[in-house]
Design a protein around this ligand. Sequence first.
Ligand SMILES: [Zn+2]
Length: 80
Amino acid sequence: MTHSHDDPCAHCEEMMQPYLDHILNAEEVREAEQHLDDCEWCRRRYRFEESLRVYVRQAVSEPMPSGLKKKLAALRIPLN
Ligand SMILES: [Zn+2]
């Protein structure tokens, strides 16, 4: 796995978690959103991550079926 700063998609991916946590500053948000405007691949990744987070937030308030836990573990999504 390489994280080159010359690759806008790699940079975008690095910013994804902080972006979804709303801890980027205004300039970084603008940078990320500018890239998302141009790049359908990253846009999909962000949407996917975002929908997963909503799903996980809902799921933690209810007992989770073990099958779902395994699925989430397979995706390596942090549950907190
Ligand atoms: Zn991209």
